[in-house]
Design a protein around this ligand. Structure first.
Ligand code: ADP
Ligand code: UVW
Ligand code: MG
Length: 400
């Protein structure tokens, strides 16, 4: 009976999954994949087979208050029913925070799960959902091997100056430092770029993962050397519902003047801020781009401004820039956002080919652009599948 690996990727607004057949010739071939997106809004489930044909689709009404946990059971039931002849050999999970300990994928044991639970305050939008998925699989299929693949692992080689926060040293000793996230996505992008353009991949590249969560990674010769996300997934860019860079004095102000306690501040900064907070309309970029509301426009302008500003900062970390890669929900599908970011980077010699950009082409810079600008569709699932097979069956390691 063919063996299969299931990957689960619980993002802040979506749960993505994929099923890979582990073939005898050392590759993992994707059989089906799908997602529930717009969790917290009007959740939409769709699953497709390897050829892109829709296998199942379901929409839940907005306002049904269905969270990640509530949607996990029907999702896992559908996947189990749909597995067919393949027998599951393992489940690989994206786990957002691996802290200081986990610099590579690891088999999930009770001790590892307990250690990862302790990191929940550092990634409250993700870590509980990631671990809920682990618990749900353990309930459904006790004994099935489960593997955690970390968003932080790709950034483990960051230099001490990059990870240090200017706080008294005793906090660094307990792990209060910058980590960086979206590492599975950046690792995938670095690998794809190496296949597409090895010369560029060995140069200085900024990858922009622009989804509901958003961050930039400065990559030099395939290695992460600086990031915009820090200790938590709040730092850096403006996101769907997260504030990004914020003067810590604002937190003090909220506590002292508005009497907000820690839970209220956490809710404000993770759930009510970002594109949603500034627009007052939505965290969904599609909705904002379709809107005539001036506040939607202001939210988009701020999103773009902060991306361009952070690209300037990371260019300094890299000592120059050879390539810029857009990725994830917004980066892959929103030409107006890419064009607006590129327009702010003319001083760097970035020149966008507007027709190629409008068509979501793989290369969207003009031939005379000093920086190559590319669009790469990220695939965190294939990274998870590869890592999972690699860890459990070192001889059978590459996902396609
Ligand atoms: N065609 C599109 N145009 C503009 N934005 C899009 C498009 N498709 C998806 N997006 C945006 O991508 C974001 C979700 O990205 P995604 O990477 O799936 O998020 P996450 O994994 O963080 O949950 C949403 O803001 C959504 O509006
Ligand atoms: C780390 C993070 O923000 O992830 P996502 O983009 O999936 O929300
Ligand atoms: Mg994501």
């Amino acid at each position: 009976m063919p063996e299969a690996v299931l990957t689960l990727n619980a993002g802040s607004s979506s749960i993505k999954f994929a099923v890979y057949e582990v073939t005898a010739d050392a590759t993992a071939r994707r059989l089906s994949h799908g997602q529930i997106e717009d969790i917290g809004g009007a959740p939409h489930f769709v699953a497709t087979d390897g050829g892109g044909a829709i296998l199942a689709e379901h929409r839940w009404p907005a306002g049904a208050s269905l969270d990640h946990e509530a949607l996990l059971s029907p999702l896992l039931e559908w996947i189990t029913r749909h597995l067919g002849a393949e027998s599951l050999m393992a489940v690989g999970h994206r786990v957002v925070h691996g802290g200081e300990t986990y610099d590579r994928p690891v088999r999930l044991t009770p001790d590892v799960i307990a250690a990862l639970s302790r990191l929940t305050p550092l990634a409250p939008l993700h870590q509980p959902h990631n671990l809920a998925a682990v618990a749900a699989v353990a309930r459904l299929r006790p004994g099935l091997p489960q593997v955690a693949c970390f968003d932080t692992a790709f950034h483990h080689g960051l230099a001490p100056t990059v990870t240090r926060l200017a706080l008294p040293r005793r906090y660094a000793a307990e792990g209060v430092r910058r980590y960086g996230f979206h590492g599975l996505s950046f690792e995938y992008i670095a690998g794809r770029l190496r296949e597409q353009d090895p010369a560029l991949a060995s140069g200085r590249v900024i990858a922009a993962h622009l989804g509901n969560g958003a961050s930039l990674c400065a990559i030099h010769d395939g290695r992460s050397i600086d990031v915009t996300m820090g200790f938590t997934t709040l730092d850096g860019l403006v996101m769907g519902t997260r504030c990004g860079n914020l003067d810590p004095g604002v937190v003090l102000y909220l506590q002292q003047v508005h009497g907000l306690d820690a839970a209220a501040v956490e809710h404000l900064l993770y759930h009510d801020s970002g594109l949603l907070g500034v627009s007052g309309i939505s965290n969904d970029m599609r909705t904002l781009l379709d809107s005539d509301d001036v506040h939607a426009r202001e939210a988009i302008d701020l999103f773009v401004f902060r991306i361009a500003r952070e690209i300037g900062a990371l260019t300094s970390s890299l000592g120059g820039l050879d390539g810029l890669v857009f990725s994830a929900g917004i980066g892959e599908h929103a030409p107006p956002i890419r064009a607006a970011v590129c327009a702010r980077l003319g001083w760097l010699g970035v020149s966008c080919d507007l027709a190629a950009n409008a068509g979501n082409a793989a290369l969207i810079s003009t031939p005379d652009s000093a920086v190559q600008v590319r669009v790469i569709a990220t695939d965190e699932e294939s990274m998870i599948a590869t890592h999972t097979v690699n860890l459990l069956h070192p001889a059978l390691a590459s996902a396609g």
